[in-house]
Design a protein around this ligand. Sequence first.
Ligand code: AMP
Length: 398
Amino acid sequence: MSFDGLGLSDSLLKAITELGFEKPTPVQEQTIPQILKGKDIIASAQTGTGKTAAFGLPTLDILEPGKRIQCLILEPTRELAQQVEESLKDYSKHLKTRVGVVYGGVKYGKQREMLDKGVDILVATPGRLLDHIGQGNISLKNVRILILDEVDRMLDMGFLPDVSKLIKMCPEERQTLFFSATLPRAIQSLMKWVLKNPEVVEVGRRRAPAETVTHAFYPVVERQKYKLLIELLERTHFESVLIFTRTKMNADFISRRLEKLEHSVGVLHSDRSQGERTASLKGFKSGKFEVLVATDIAARGLDIAGISHVINYDVPLNAEDYVHRIGRTGRAEKEGDAFTLLTEDELKNAAAIEHFIGKKIDRIKLDGFDYMYSALFESEEKLASRKATSRAYGRLSR
Ligand code: AMP
């Protein structure tokens, strides 16, 4: 199947060719003709499947430039909002459609100016959008197409009340496109309420990491985690490495320490100012920073090409996030390496990941590293029996 058969206009086909897209991805193939027909859509598709073009391309074809905010796209994070705006600008470069973005953490002035001039498509995070509406800078009365992207993330981040408020402000007569990696029960009632007779599109969840990615667990005691991280970095010839931490505090701690070791480092988490977040991401993408330390919430869904290594400083709590995180490397058939530090407390999460991908993940002991005792190098049976014994004696195993 080529893009030609999907019903898109010549201007868009030209932009697509210039971007180097040769054929549509499965989610694009399934959704673009339906959206062009005016149908509502529920698509369960993860980032990386080409979903931005899946909703962006037909939307650009349906809209007639000129009326303010005919399309509203809601995104959970500022970085995703920026990324979607940039993609839409790329797709619409041969059209007159104006695309704008609003998100929090920056001053209102420039956003107000952009809104005063008028945009056809507005990409927004919910909180800042509500602020602009409260200030009378935005009206949603012209919205013909409402796109809710990464709905499960918006749910996780507690945005559902704001999202519901915003949906109520849009005209009832509209087309609604609903994209979410997963469809948990909590969002099913929202789906029933906002969608009319939707077309359901499911693109297989990616359960397995790309075959070009080598990945393994590196068991270690909590106290030696940082030391092992440094050792791994020192022994690796990396071009660019993305380090994920569970907490903002650890992200800050690691980035400060790496800077002292003369690495060029960017940090991405929600307590950093928007200016810093943008500079970190840009710097990492352009190669100015060789390391980016990020919390998962800030980094999910970001499209960063050419990362040679991913290090999970903590085991991801959500098994699907593991595949997602290590999927940041090894993209487009390139080789990639992913290391995950594993402590005893995280065994349950590790087992959940192995269950999810249907495979045992290798445990690697780094040669020559001065390990304190780590129970994780014992065989699982031995570990289980030792735990049972220590429980019997009423003390923690160590
Ligand atoms: P997304 O899932 O929207 O974040 O897209 C992931 C990446 O795939 C982005 O870098 C897109 O530019 C790229 N992409 C989207 N559609 C295609 C396509 N049909 N062919 C090649 N690359 C694509």
